[in-house]
Design a protein around this ligand. Structure first.
Ligand SMILES: [Zn+2]
Length: 301
C-alpha cells in the first residue's frame, strides 16, 4: 500500500537549492521527483536526489519497500513510499474510543483492565480561538490574513489528530487489542444523539481523526471495528440498563454503578457487537471532502 510522509526540509535545503544555479527556483509550485531520480541510503537514513544535489535526512520509519515519488514544496518534501501491508490480527479483545466526550477530543477505555486514557484536552479551544481571530480580521477587511489563519488552524487540528490517532493505535497494538469506534455516519438520523453530535461535529474534524486511526491501524495490522452509537453514553456498562448521565458523571439507579460518563461510554463501545459498515464506508468517502492526503507521520527534522 502507498503511504505518504512529510519530511521537513528546513533552511538548509533552500541554501543548497539556491546555490545550484541550474535548478529552477520553486516557491509554491511543487516539484515532483520520480523514483528513478532518487536513491536511498538506509544506513544513514538519507535520500539523495542527484538532479537537485539535495540530500534529505528522513525521520520516518525505515520499513518501507521503496520511495515512489517525492514532491518538493516550500516547506516540506512529501515523500510517497510503498509499505507492505502487515497481516491483520483478528482482535478478540477491544478498546473503546468515545469521541462524544466532555472536555476531551476522545476518551479511550479498556474494559479488561479498567484503564481510561483521555486525549486532546485543550484542543476544542483551538477552533474557537481561531474563529475569533478570523472574525476580527474579516471585520477589518483583512481577508487574506483570515484565510491564512484558517490554514493555520487546519494544520494545528491535523497535527493534534495525528498525535491522538498515533496514541490510540499504539495503545491497541501494545495491548494486542482491536479498536472499536462509534459509527458516526448514521448518527445524524438518530434523534437522540442529534443535538450533542452536531456540537461535536462542528467543533472537531472527527472524520479526519477516524481516517487517521484506520490508516495507522492498517499499517500495524490492528483491527478497527464500528458499533451502533445509540445510547452508548446512557446505558450502564455494568448492568446494561439506562442510567443517568449528568455532564461528566454517570450514575445507574438500577445497580448503583457510578463512573465517569466518558469512561462508561467507552466501555460500552468496546463491548458492543460490531456492525457491518461496508456500504456506509462508501457513502462516507463520497460525502467527505475534508479528508487530507493519507498521511502516516509528520516529522520535523
Ligand atoms: Zn447499572
Amino acid at each position: 500500500m502507498p503511504a505518504h510522509v512529510f519530511q521537513h526540509i528546513g533552511y538548509n535545503f533552500f541554501y543548497k537549492y539556491r546555490r545550484n544555479k541550474t535548478a529552477k527556483i520553486v516557491k509554491s509550485v511543487k516539484l515532483a521527483i520520480p523514483s528513478q531520480g532518487i536513491s536511498v541510503n538506509r544506513q544513514s537514513k538519507t535520500i539523495w536526489i542527484p538532479s537537485l544535489k539535495l540530500s534529505l535526512k528522513y525521520g520516518f520509519p525505515g520499513n518501507f519497500e521503496k520511495v515512489n515519488q517525492i514532491e518538493i514544496g516550500e516547506e516540506y518534501a512529501y515523500v510517497s513510499v510503498s509499505v507492505s501491508e502487515p497481516k491483520l490480527i483478528q482482535a478478540k479483545k477491544w478498546i473503546g474510543v468515545d469521541r462524544n466526550t466532555v472536555g476531551h477530543i476522545v476518551v479511550v477505555s479498556d474494559p479488561e483492565t479498567g484503564a481510561v486514557i483521555k486525549l486532546g484536552k485543550s484542543a476544542f479551544h483551538v477552533h474557537q480561538k481561531y474563529k475569533n481571530i478570523r472574525r476580527r480580521l474579516q471585520k477589518k477587511g483583512k481577508y487574506k490574513k483570515a484565510r491564512q489563519i484558517k490554514d493555520k488552524e487546519r494544520r494545528i487540528t491535523r497535527d493534534i489528530n495525528h498525535k491522538i490517532s498515533r496514541k490510540i493505535v499504539d495503545v491497541a497494538k501494545e495491548s494486542g487489542k482491536g479498536i472499536k469506534l462509534e459509527d458516526l455516519t448514521g448518527i445524524k438520523s438518530s434523534k437522540h444523539n442529534k443535538k450533542s453530535f452536531r456540537r461535536i461535529k462542528n467543533s472537531w474534524p472527527f472524520y479526519q481523526l477516524q481516517t487517521q486511526i484506520e490508516y495507522k491501524a492498517k499499517l500495524l495490522g490492528v483491527e478497527v471495528a464500528y458499533v451502533d452509537p445509540a445510547y452508548t453514553s446512557q446505558i450502564c456498562s455494568r448492568c446494561g440498563l439506562i442510567g443517568d448521565r449528568n455532564k461528566k458523571k454517570f450514575k445507574c439507579s438500577h445497580c448503583g454503578h457510578v463512573d465517569q460518563a466518558d469512561a462508561n461510554a467507552g466501555f460500552n463501545i468496546a463491548e458492543r457487537p460490531r456492525i457491518d459498515r461496508s456500504a456506509k464506508d462508501r457513502d462516507l468517502v463520497e460525502g467527505n471532502t475534508d479528508i487530507p492526503k493519507a498521511v502516516l507521520a509528520r516529522i520535523r527534522s
